[in-house]
Design a protein around this ligand. Structure first.
Ligand code: SF4
Length: 334
């Protein structure tokens, strides 16, 4: 991966992972800095600059290391859901990605203080011994795309092996399985893939692997014994949506099978207001704006409710027709 400048926080310089990450990179130059925020947050870099220039920071995550996930974020409505932040930003460029309005820079940040994140997880488990607790990765960066560089997954494996009643979800669009190949499948670790119709992915998931490649990666993981999840999210309206969704539900059913899939979420495209504005600026001709969006009570920009329900119910019906048990399907963030 081409890196223009590698910035290393002084406080992160002697962390064991920092050296391992450096061995994987060949930056044009390396600079040591006191605080990554001085460069990452305080100088506004246009999102699409990621196409021509890419800097990477190795830093310590400060502030909240775990965050409570929003309602209807994960499978298991009665369970507790947290997400943790192992990195900021992504090597892919999905047109709907909320990262484009979220940070003031598209540069990559890899955090290396996983020991502190794991301590927080331990304390979260101790505080709620009677609840099923999930920890989700992939909220601010794809959880597998750079995993061979960030190399933190073995640490999480140790934790979830020792805490078999808590769950880890790795959310991804990546087919980079190199780290997972070296780790044994655990029953409480779920690798979940974002899927969509092939035409939607071809139109909007720039730089990301195609949907059939993701399904092949799922097959390989299933054969290795990994538990899987699927997120059909975001669903973007097209006139031929029903036909195209049936075309992708079929290989999910036939090539992977719902026995290996613990859950499937369905979510319709939505944007925070800032992201909506930024996405329109970045992709003014994008077909994802073909249908009208309205601002909901939660200030998010969405399709009108009847259209959202139609898309969700159509997708659910198609999955059920292909043999997916209804209890494995949930609607995300509705
Ligand atoms: S894979 Fe996820 S994080 Fe990466 S660009 Fe696409 S939506 Fe954003």
């Amino acid at each position: 991966m081409r890196i223009d400048t590698l910035y290393i926080e002084n406080a992160a310089a002697d962390r064991p992972l920092t050296e391992k990450i450096r061995e994987k990179l060949q930056p044009q130059k390396t600079e040591f800095i006191d605080d990554y925020q001085d460069f990452f947050s305080r100088r506004k870099t246009p999102y699409l600059q990621k196409r021509s220039e890419r800097n990477l920071f190795i830093a310590l995550k400060r502030g909240a290391l775990l965050r409570i996930a929003p309602d209807a974020y994960g499978f298991g409505a009665d369970d507790l859901h947290y997400y943790y932040i192992h990195a900021y930003n992504c090597v892919y460029e999905c047109e709907y990605c909320y990262l484009q309005g979220y940070f003031s820079s598209p540069d990559l940040v890899l955090f290396v203080n996983h020991d502190e994140i794991l301590r927080e997880m331990k304390s979260a488990l101790a505080q709620t011994p009677h609840k099923r607790v999930w920890f989700h990765a992939g909220e601010f960066s794809d959880s597998l795309a750079l995993s061979h560089i960030s190399q933190e997954l073995p640490l999480y494996w140790d934790f979830f092996r020792q805490n078999p009643h808590s769950f880890l979800e790795l959310r991804t669009k990546s087919v980079n399985l190199s780290m997972l190949r070296g780790l044994e499948p655990l029953p409480n670790v779920i690798v979940s893939f974002s899927l969509s119709t092939e035409v939607q992915a071809a139109l909007f998931d720039r730089e990301a692997p195609g949907v059939m490649q993701r399904i092949e990666a799922m097959q390989r993981l299933r054969d290795m014994g990994f538990r899987l999840g699927v997120h059909f999210d975001p669903i973007i309206y097209r006139e031929d949506f029903t036909e195209k969704f049936s075309e992708i539900a079929a290989p999910v059913a036939d090539r992977i099978g719902f026995g290996a899939i613990d859950y499937i979420s369905l979510g319709v495209v939505r944007f925070a207001k800032d992201v909506f504005r930024e996405a329109k600026e970045n992709y003014p001709d994008s077909g994802m704006f073909a249908r009208h969006f309205i601002q909901g009570e939660d200030a998010k920009m969405r399709y009108i409710r009847p259209l959202r329900l139609q898309l969700l119910e159509t997708s659910q019906a198609i999955l059920k027709k292909h043999g997916c048990p209804e209890q494995k399907i949930y609607f995300c963030m509705e």
